[in-house]
Ligand binder design. Structure first.
Ligand SMILES: Nc1ncnc2c1ncn2[C@@H]1O[C@H](COP(=O)(O)OP(=O)(O)OP(=O)(O)O)[C@@H](O)[C@H]1O
Length: 614
């Protein structure tokens, strides 16, 4: 019964004639119209019009090809830019139409996967009509400056976590819902800290059982970089004892010639020990004198945490023309200081960074100079960052080979190292005031005065650029700061160790779960008296139900990871605690300790392994 029609005919209802009928608003029509409802109804004409519109909308599928579909998508593209099931677009549209539809007129929601797949159109950066299947890695984006035609594949195709170039045909992503290695972007980030549950001291969240998200992501990226493969006819299959070369240069400016010749970096696998190595190749160098390699032995004997270890150097013609190749330790996903602090999304340089870099570089130089060598290539592009704030000199030994005829005194070369160190620190420091201070007509000392760092740091930097310092003196100067760096390193070490210990537990549990899975539910155990309800092994079946198959009082599955992990931990430890195991039909009931269960598993698993020998 319409609320609107409750009034009697004797009353004057003129006051209602300009007020829209709520039935039309709620149901789309008023069944009391012309039957006593005094409120305003839309004219018959407009109802017909609306009906027609609704029918067209619900019958025409909103495919990417229809004009209507694309106009609707454009209209709402800022709300749902990536993936909008057509049904929900239609219902949104209906919501915005003058007249709301009846419930049964709202088009049914059809998930995209059930529709006949349509060939996606070429995506252009100008268009907002993105197609991004759920779980895909494809994120439409404005092209990155690096994406140029003609570049090697690795440069053109997005790495995980980076944006895709705009001219990618999404077809290839269409078929790739699942990929290996995993797309770590699919891991949901933890909620903001203020959403965290207030836990009692004895309670833990599920994430606390596993490795920290950021650490896991960075390790995965590193593994992914190690597993990366590349195939291109321009790269030889085998170089010396190395094969499976993958170019590492993100910078395709072949004119950059820091060694006076064009250089390339590759990841490669050694045929000798199957380990990964970083090969630096210098193009077009003709070295015939064996004496050129005389320092390589000394370089390869250096083992320092701030120097990338040198392994060997040789010349080759497999790239076409003469090339010098030097093999180094490989660090997955390492970035140069330029890449970290000047490119893409540059990391802001803080005083903490600068002290830490200075201390690490002094450590590296100390070792090199003690061995009677000089680095001769300290440059922002020749220092790699292998972990947070952890840097290493990456191009050692090359200049010695390329300039073997240079007869300069080693003391002179070592002094130049110090100048290069000072220049590197100065270049990094002044980036913090780029744009805010004009460098014209200013001496380096005056520019340093503008830095927003501590007086201590500014004084040290001025001392470094005075070009009149030696390594021992600088070591004394930076000594007080060493404690901060050591503190940071120890904290990071403790953190990583604690994370490692959580993974250690997981590995233990995986072993245990594997043993359980080997035993439980084996088809050949069906009808086997050793696994019947009266057998000694029966508690294992009940235990698996107890751990994984519990239901709550309403019959819903209990999905409680904490329960699973607690039970498995107790089982692995084989403690004396006893549990009550009840069969599904509640007819059997067993009280058993974790210790006894553990013995059953061990015996069952050993028996399984022995079976083939019998
Ligand atoms: N030992 C290594 N292990 C892993 N990656 C490395 C190693 N040495 C360098 N890289 C990486 O290889 C890439 C190219 O290094 P390279 O030194 O050629 O830098 P660049 O900026 O291209 O220098 P240049 O302009 O001299 O070519 C960088 O991303 C760098 O982080």
């Amino acid at each position: 019964m319409s609320a609107n029609s409750n009034s009697t005919n004797t009353e004057n209802h003129d006051w209602a004639k300009d007020i829209d009928c709520k039935n039309v608003f709620i149901h789309g029509y008023c069944k009391f119209e012309n039957k006593g409802c005094y409120f305003k109804h839309p004219s018959d004409d407009s109802i017909e019009k609306n009906k027609e519109t609704k029918e067209t909308k619900s019958s025409a599928p909103l495919s990417s090809g229809t004009e209507e579909g694309s106009s609707i998508r454009k209209k709402f593209s800022f709300e749902a830019p990536s993936f909008t099931p057509s049904g929900s677009v239609a219902s949104l549209t209906n919501k915005f139409s003058t007249m709301s539809p009846k419930l049964d007129e709202i088009p049914t929601f059809v998930p995209t996967s059930q529709q006949t797949p349509k060939k996606p159109q070429q995506v252009s950066a100008e268009s907002n009509d993105y197609f991004a299947p759920p779980n895909s890695m494809f994120t439409p984006s404005v092209p990155s400056d690096n994406s140029q035609p003609g570049l090697p594949l690795s440069a053109q195709f997005p790495q995980h976590g980076t944006t895709a170039p705009h001219n990618v045909v999404p077809e290839m992503f269409y078929a790739q819902a699942t990929q290996y290695p995993l797309n770590y972007n699919l891991y949901a980030p933890p909620p903001p800290p203020h959403f965290n549950l207030h836990l009692n001291p004895n309670e833990r969240t599920v994430s606390s059982f596993f490795i920290d998200d950021n650490l896991r992501e960075s390790l995965q990226k590193r593994n992914e970089a190690c597993l990366q493969t590349f195939s291109n006819p321009s790269i030889p299959d085998i170089v010396g004892v190395y094969h499976s070369l993958v170019p590492l240069n993100n910078n395709f400016d072949n004119n950059s010639a820091r060694y006076g010749a064009v250089s390339h970096m590759y990841k490669a696998t050694s045929n000798k020990d199957a380990r990964l190595y970083a090969l630096r190749r210098i193009e077009n160098v003709n070295i015939t004198d064996k004496q050129a390699f005389k320092t390589i032995k000394a370089w390869s004997s250096i083992e320092n945490s701030n120097i990338v270890k040198v392994h060997e150097a040789f010349t080759t013609t497999v790239f076409g023309g003469n090339s010098l190749v030097v093999a180094y330790d490989f660090y997955g996903n390492a970035k140069t200081l330029i890449e970290i602090h000047f490119q893409n999304q540059p990391e802001l340089i803080t005083e903490q960074h600068l002290w830490s870099y200075l201390i690490q570089l002094v450590n590296a130089l100390n070792e090199v100079h003690d061995k009677g060598l000089a680095v001769r290539s300290i440059d922002l592009s020749k220092v790699i960052v292998t972990n947070k704030n952890r840097i290493k000199l990456s191009g050692c030994g090359i200049v010695d080979i390329l300039q073997h005829e240079n007869t300069e005194d080693i003391a002179q070369l070592q002094k130049k190292d110090l100048e290069l160190l000072a220049k590197l620190l100065y270049d990094l420091s002044i980036t913090s005031i780029y744009g805010s201070v004009s460098f014209d007509d200013k001496t380096q000392d005056q520019i340093i005065d503008h830095l927003k760092f501590s007086d201590d740091y500014k004084a040290t930097l001025k001392y470094l650029i005075s070009a009149d310092f030696n390594l021992k003196e600088i070591q004394t100067r930076i000594a007080p700061r060493l404690l901060d760096v050591i503190d940071g390193l120890q904290n990071s070490n403790d953190f990583i160790e604690s994370q490692l210990s959580t993974e250690l537990e997981n590995a233990r549990l995986v072993r245990l779960m594997s043993k359980l899975s080997f035993l439980h539910g084996r088809p050949e155990h069906e009808g086997d008296p050793n696994w019947s309800e009266s057998s000694a092994n029966y508690p294992l079946t009940l235990f698996v139900d107890y751990v994984y198959h519990q239901v709550d009082e309403r019959g819903y599955p209990v999905v409680d990871l904490a329960h699973v992990i607690t039970c498995l931990n107790k089982l692995d430890a084989g403690i004396e605690e006893r549990i009550l195991l009840v069969s599904k039909d509640e007819k059997n009931c067993i009280i058993i300790s974790y210790k006894e269960l553990k013995t059953l598993i061990e015996e069952g698993f050993n028996e399984l392994r022995m079976r083939k020998d019998i």
